[in-house]
Design a binder for this molecule. Structure first.
Ligand SMILES: CC(C)(COP(=O)(O)OP(=O)(O)OC[C@H]1O[C@@H](n2cnc3c(N)ncnc32)[C@H](O)[C@@H]1OP(=O)(O)O)[C@@H](O)C(=O)NCCC(=O)NCCS
Length: 233
């Protein structure tokens, strides 16, 4: 038998009430697609729209049924609507969130999006604007700062703290009590031993194993993680 040409979810997403807000996912790239997919699966919003500054994307679809708007079109959206900024690069995500809230999205609430298949402890605290992708785990008493991302299958264990606009990439694992500084990136498939601190703006490379604290703006990779040659120069 031929494989099916289109995939369908195993269960239908719940339907939002007619007076539920709209959601605008800002960023019509791959990360935006992950966020829009998670938002559709939630069934928490009446409709999901996308928005991007790239003119060539306007009027197209990010996912089936998710139309890409221009930023100017946000001013005409019916209230209420919520905004989720979905840009993978941490500094761009922070910059756009600040710019939109000072401009086109001044009346919108910043929304977190958690895929229904994200496992989030009841005692975790999630600030506005976060993305929790499918199959991630956020343990008890973990704290996620504004606009932070826990991507597919990443584990943020008990008592971890992610500062604002940080990103734990797919498959990364943080032991208990790890602190990730503002706008830091924990690379795909990396492991951070419990209790360590990663400074603001630092990058831990894909697949690294971190055994000691990382200073601000450091760029480390490898097993065990060490400064990359560029960063050390
Ligand atoms: C570690 C990283 C930040 C280095 O980026 P960079 O500073 O641009 O470094 P370069 O690509 O110039 O590589 C510098 C050196 O580090 C090595 N290197 C790069 N990435 C590495 C990694 N993940 N593990 C081990 N070594 C790595 C390169 O081979 C190179 O070695 P050399 O100096 O012996 O030639 C980057 O490769 C990385 O892993 N980023 C994380 C990506 C990620 O997980 N994104 C999440 C997407 S959702």
């Amino acid at each position: 038998m031929n494989p099916p040409t289109t995939a369908s979810p195993p269960t239908a997403a719940p339907t939002a009430p007619a007076d539920a807000p709209l959601l605008v996912v800002f960023g019509a790239g791959g990360h935006g697609r992950v966020a829009a997919d998670a938002a559709l699966a939630c069934g928490r919003w009446r409709a999901v729209l996308a928005c991007d500054r790239r003119e060539d994307l306007w009027g197209g679809e990010l996912l089936p049924g998710v139309t890409v708007l221009s930023p100017a079109a946000l001013r005409d959206l019916p209230q209420p609507w919520e905004l989720h900024v979905a840009i993978g690069d941490n500094l761009s995500r922070r910059r756009e969130a600040l710019a939109l809230r000072a401009g086109e999205a001044a009346r919108a609430t910043l929304a977190s999006v958690a895929h229904p298949m994200a496992a989030v402890a009841a005692t975790a605290r999630i600030a506005p604007g976060c993305l929790l992708a499918a199959h991630c785990v956020v343990g008890p008493a973990a704290v996620l700062g504004e606009g932070s991302v826990v991507n597919h299958t990443a584990v943020v264990d008990h008592d971890c703290r992610l500062d604002a606009w940080s990103h734990v990439a797919p498959g990364a694992r943080l032991g208990g009590g790890v602190r990730v500084g503002e706008a830091a990136l924990v690379g795909s498939g990396s492991t951070v031993l419990r209790g360590l601190r990663l400074g603001a703006g630092c990058v831990l490379g894909a697949g690294a194993v971190l055994l000691e604290d990382l200073p601000d703006d450091a760029r480390w990779a490898g097993v065990p993680a060490r400064p990359t040659r560029d960063a050390a120069a």
